[in-house]
Structures are given as structure tokens and as C-alpha cells.
Design a protein around this ligand. Structure first.
Ligand SMILES: C[S@@+](CC[C@H](N)C(=O)[O-])C[C@H]1O[C@@H](n2cnc3c(N)ncnc32)[C@H](O)[C@@H]1O
Length: 248
């Protein structure tokens, strides 16, 4: 078992054999020890506020979701406590699922109407979202918590439940060749232990999606009062299901 640790990745080129092993880690999500407190929804929400996660989400919705036209049906995989709903119009139809029952309960208590939430692991076959139905599937901060096998399962399920012309949007930390001091310190603390390179994330998405565009941003994490320099690379992928050339 190889876990993501700063010392393993700091001198590696983006697709070295050692780095490829990170995604095969048996433990791709760490929810034990100190990190277990983040499974409490209110602490997770507070943590996101402190690190600027809410600003990030607002920028993300404005920059990547709003330019997509005509979306009213959204599926969010790994929805957590459904933070994103603060930034979306109230009238949309939304389905979210996550493996953490506390997050799901928190989301259910706060959102009614055409919002439904399910507790489920990615890769489990119990929930089958309808095929060809959703305009957008979101997986925000999720792929880096998954093994390659589970990522492929997420990508397959996103593809199948999108209508032709629909999009999967993902956002995750990404390992670039030159990492900042902040990344060296913070990345190994992430609950997600499968932080990958740009090429690796894109190759996973391309196993199903016809068109994948990746955008790297290094300015989406903010520490209050700008106390320290926080260059931290994120990859946003916009994966589209192109009508008429569906992959099976
Ligand atoms: C960084 S959080 C992001 C949550 C939410 N998307 C947000 O933006 O706040 C990652 C989420 O993925 C969920 N997750 C991780 N592995 C999962 C799996 N195998 N199946 C379902 N959910 C998973 C975690 O419970 C957590 O809620």
C-alpha cells in the first residue's frame, strides 16, 4: 500500500511509475484520526469557510457552471453536506449522494422540494440514477478520494446518466511538477490520498467522455487575512458527452 506523502512525490516527474501507484492505494480516503472530525458536517462547513472553500465554490459555479446553458437537473456525486446548493438557483432539480450518513442527514434537514439525497458508496450498485436524464453531473473534490477503479465507476455512472450534450464537472487538487511549500505541507494532510497529475485525471475522464478540457488554477485557496502564501493547484475538468458519438 502506498499513501500520498510529500517525500514520495517531491522529485517525481508527473507520470512516474511510483506516482502511478498512488491511485492504487488501498486507502484512498482517510477518515480516521484527527481527520475524522471533518466527517461532522458543521465542522466540515466551518473548515471550508476558514480555508476559503466557499469562495472557491462561488468562483467555480460562476466560472464553469453558469456558462453551460440550459441546466435544470443536477446530480452531485460525493455531495457532502451539499454546500453547492447555496450557490445554485432554488428551482433546480438536484440529486446528491455521498457515503457519509451524517452529511446526508444534514443536507436532508436543510433542503426540501426537488432536492433528494442518498447515502451510498461510489461503485455500489444500489442506487441507479436514471439514464440520459441529467444536464450536469458534479463531482467536486471527490476523484482524489478514490482508487482508479472507483474513479472509473464514477465516470461511467456520470456518463450514463447525462443526457447527450450534458457535462461532468470535476474539481480536485492536482500534483504539478513544481510544488509550492504550502502544497508540500497541506497535500499530505488531505483526507483524499489519491491526488493525481493532470494527465492522470484527464486519462481517467477520457475512458468515457469524448471531450475533456482541463483548467489548472493555483489561486483558489485563501487563508484569512492572507497570512501566508497559499499557491495550491487545482484541476477543473469539463467533460462533455457529445451527442451522436457516445462511447459504450
Ligand atoms: C472533499 S469532500 C467534497 C464534498 C462536496 N462535494 C463539497 O464540495 O463540499 C469529498 C466527499 O466525497 C465523499 N466520498 C469520498 N469517497 C467516497 C466514496 N467512495 N463514495 C461516496 N462518497 C465518497 C466524502 O464523504 C466527502 O463528502
Amino acid at each position: 500500500m502506498v499513501l500520498l506523502r510529500g517525500e514520495h512525490v517531491k522529485t517525481l516527474p508527473s507520470e512516474s511509475p511510483l506516482q502511478r501507484k498512488f491511485h492504487q492505494a488501498e486507502v484512498s480516503h482517510v477518515g480516521t484520526g484527527v481527520r475524522s472530525i471533518l466527517s461532522l458536517p458543521w465542522l466540515y462547513m466551518l473548515h471550508q469557510k476558514v480555508w476559503g472553500g466557499d469562495i472557491l465554490l462561488r468562483l467555480y459555479v460562476r466560472g464553469f457552471l453558469h456558462p453551460i446553458k440550459n441546466w435544470t437537473r443536477i446530480l452531485e456525486i460525493g455531495c457532502g453536506p451539499a454546500r453547492i446548493l447555496q450557490h445554485l438557483p432554488a428551482k433546480i432539480e438536484y440529486v446528491g449522494y455521498d457515503m457519509n450518513p451524517r452529511y446526508i442527514e444534514y443536507a436532508r434537514e436543510r433542503h426540501t422540494g426537488r432536492k433528494t439525497f442518498y447515502c451510498q458508496h461510489i461503485g455500489e450498485d444500489t442506487l441507479r440514477p436514471p439514464s440520459n436524464y441529467f444536464d450536469v453531473v458534479l463531482a467536486t473534490g471527490v476523484l482524489h478520494h478514490l482508487t482508479d477503479q472507483d474513479s472509473k465507476s464514477l465516470i461511467d455512472s456520470a456518463y450514463d446518466c447525462l443526457r447527450p450534450g450534458g457535462f461532468l464537472l470535476t474539481l480536485d487538487p492536482v500534483i504539478c511538477k513544481k510544488r509550492s511549500l504550502f502544497e508540500r505541507i497541506v497535500m499530505p494532510m488531505d483526507r483524499g490520498q489519491a491526488i493525481l497529475s493532470f494527465d492522470h485525471y484527464v486519462s481517467l475522464a477520457k475512458t468515457r467522455f469524448e471531450t475533456v478540457h482541463g483548467y489548472v488554477r493555483d489561486d483558489l485557496v485563501r487563508v484569512p487575512f492572507g497570512l501566508i502564501q497559499t499557491r495550491y493547484n487545482h484541476l477543473i475538468m469539463n467533460c462533455s458527452r457529445v451527442p451522436g458519438c457516445e462511447k459504450r
